[in-house]
Structure formats: structure tokens, C-alpha cells
Design a protein around this ligand. Structure first.
Ligand code: NAP
Length: 259
């Protein structure tokens, strides 16, 4: 069994470690010492070992998970020397393969995008490029999506931001129900339940487009169709598109600055 090393013990890597353990990963997990309280918690509750420095994490691991913020990656790179061909699975958003290769020339770098649902083994795990070991290691965290090129990975990063935005959309819908008198817990259960119904049905009917599936519900004369007619005249879809463009622009601009 391979040993996994965590460089940067933060919010996302903590959830990743929890998901790995819940998913049945029994091998060693070594964590970097910075953010000592969190590292110690992972040691106590999820059988991790806190190492005395980043280099010692590198020296004793086969697979490394890079979980620092983009602004900290260069500093971290000065503190370590990886083994030739060592896997470096980078969670750092907007940090392209060219930048990773420049900072960690010895490593075999793989970009990864996932969400906090990793701790429930229910995240989308996006991987670029395809890598058997990375897929084997992170597959327990949820559903794997392996991409063929880097522009697709940047689009997947925009999709990962959608995950964050959905909370606000769902909040607004819950709030509307609550304002009309429904207890908050019931409003929440109804909104989440209906999203879940939609996702479950769509996943079972992959051959149908999402708009076709919607049309089969919003048939003429239905309440759903009445509401849809209003939605189609509101700028909501335009706002979502604009938000996606802003994020994609930022990702591509940062990528081109690095060249
Ligand atoms: N959070 C998410 O939902 C999410 C989703 C997708 C992608 N990501 C990506 O995941 C990465 C981590 O995000 P996060 O939200 O988990 O950030 P975070 O909570 O700030 O975690 C980063 C951790 O790295 C530590 N660190 C910084 N420099 C270090 C160094 N040289 N050596 C060892 N540790 C170091 C930080 O310590 P200090 O606090 O002391 O600096 C902090 O504990 C980011 O690059 C982000 O783009 C996050």
C-alpha cells in the first residue's frame, strides 16, 4: 500500500483525509506540521502522522497531495525537493501544469479538483491528465471525471465554483418558502429533496438532454410551465453565464501571466 503525504493541512485537505479514511484507505497518511492544531486533530481522529517538516513528508510518501493556496505554492516549492517521478496531485485552483512543472520539475504532476463533499465520499473528482495511481487513490472520494486537456480542466474549475453558488440559489428558494410561512426545516427539506429528485432522474436518463427532461415536466397547461414562462423572461440565466465568464477569464488570465 502506498503512503500519502499532505502538503498544506487546510480546509480541503482535511475533508479529503476524512473521505479517504471513510472510503477505506488504510495506508499511512503523513501531514505537514503547519496549522498544528488541525494536523494534530487529523492525527488523533484519522490516524495521520504529523511530520516535522515538509521535506520529511515528501521523503516518506509515494503520493503527495498539494493543498496550499495559489499564493503559497511558490514558497512551499522552495522548501521541498521531490523524488524523480513522484506523484504530486495538486488541488491548487487556477495553477496550470506549466507552473507546477516549473516549481516541481522532478514530479509527475496531476491536477485535481474536488469539493468539500469529499468528506462524505460524494464529491466530483476531476483529474487531468489521466493517471491510474491518482484515480485509484482519489476514486473513493466520489465520482471520477478524467479530462483530456487543460482548457477542459479550467472549465471544470468554473463548474466547481457553481457548486458554491448553488448554495445561494437554494438558500433563496428556501427563504421564499419560509417567508410564505413554512418552517425553515421543512422549507430546507423540500428544496433539497426536489433538487435531489431532479439529479436522481437526470442521472438515470443520461441519453436525454437536461432541457428535454425539463420539457417533459413543463408541458403546456401545467403549473411548472406557468412558472417557467416567468423564469425565461428573468435575467437569472444571464447572471449565471456572466459569473462563469468572470471566473473563466480570471483562470485564463492567470494561466497566461505565468507563461
Ligand atoms: N476549499 C475548497 O472548497 C476548495 C475547492 C477547490 C479547490 N480548492 C483549492 O485547494 C487549496 C486549499 O484551499 P483551502 O480552502 O483548503 O485553503 P486553506 O484552508 O487556507 O489551507 C491551506 C493550508 O496550507 C497551509 N500552508 C501554506 N503554506 C504552507 C507551506 N509552505 N507548508 C505547509 N503548509 C502551508 C496553510 O497554513 P497557513 O494558514 O498558516 O498559511 C493552510 O493551513 C487552494 O489552492 C484552493 O484553490 C479549495
Amino acid at each position: 500500500m502506498y503512503t500519502i503525504g499532505i502538503l498544506g493541512v487546510g480546509d480541503l485537505t482535511e475533508k479529503t483525509v476524512i473521505g479517504l479514511r471513510k472510503g477505506g484507505y488504510e495506508g499511512e497518511i503523513l501531514v505537514s506540521p503547519r496549522n498544528a492544531e488541525r494536523a494534530e486533530r487529523l492525527a488523533q481522529e484519522f490516524r495521520c502522522k504529523v511530520m516535522d517538516c515538509n521535506q520529511s513528508v515528501v521523503d516518506h510518501s509515494e503520493i503527495l497531495l498539494l493543498g496550499v493556496r495559489p499564493t503559497s505554492a511558490a514558497e512551499l516549492a522552495t522548501q521541498v525537493r521531490l523524488k524523480p517521478g513522484q506523484r504530486l496531485l495538486s488541488l491548487v485552483a487556477g495553477f496550470g501544469s506549466d507552473k507546477l512543472a516549473a516549481l516541481f520539475p522532478e514530479a509527475q504532476c496531476v491536477r485535481v479538483m474536488l469539493s468539500g463533499a469529499a468528506q462524505y465520499n460524494a464529491t466530483t473528482v476531476v483529474i487531468y491528465p489521466s493517471d491510474t495511481l491518482a484515480q485509484q487513490c482519489l476514486g473513493v472520494l466520489g465520482n471520477l471525471v478524467v479530462l483530456d486537456d487543460e482548457p477542459s480542466f479550467e472549465l471544470a474549475t468554473v463548474a466547481a465554483c457553481m457548486n458554491g453558488w448553488f448554495y445561494f440559489l437554494l438558500h433563496d428558494l428556501q427563504q421564499w418558502l419560509s417567508d410564505k410561512g413554512l418552517p425553515e426545516a421543512q422549507a430546507r427539506a423540500l428544496v433539497l429533496g426536489n433538487v435531489q429528485d431532479c439529479v436522481a432522474s437526470a442521472k438515470q436518463q443520461n441519453e436525454q438532454s437536461l432541457s428535454t427532461l425539463g420539457q417533459t415536466i413543463a408541458t403546456p397547461g401545467t403549473f411548472t410551465a406557468d412558472g417557467l414562462a416567468v423564469l425565461r423572461h428573468q435575467p437569472l440565466a444571464a447572471n449565471w453565464g456572466a459569473a462563469c465568464e468572470v471566473v473563466l477569464d480570471a483562470l485564463l488570465t492567470r494561466a497566461s501571466i505565468s507563461k
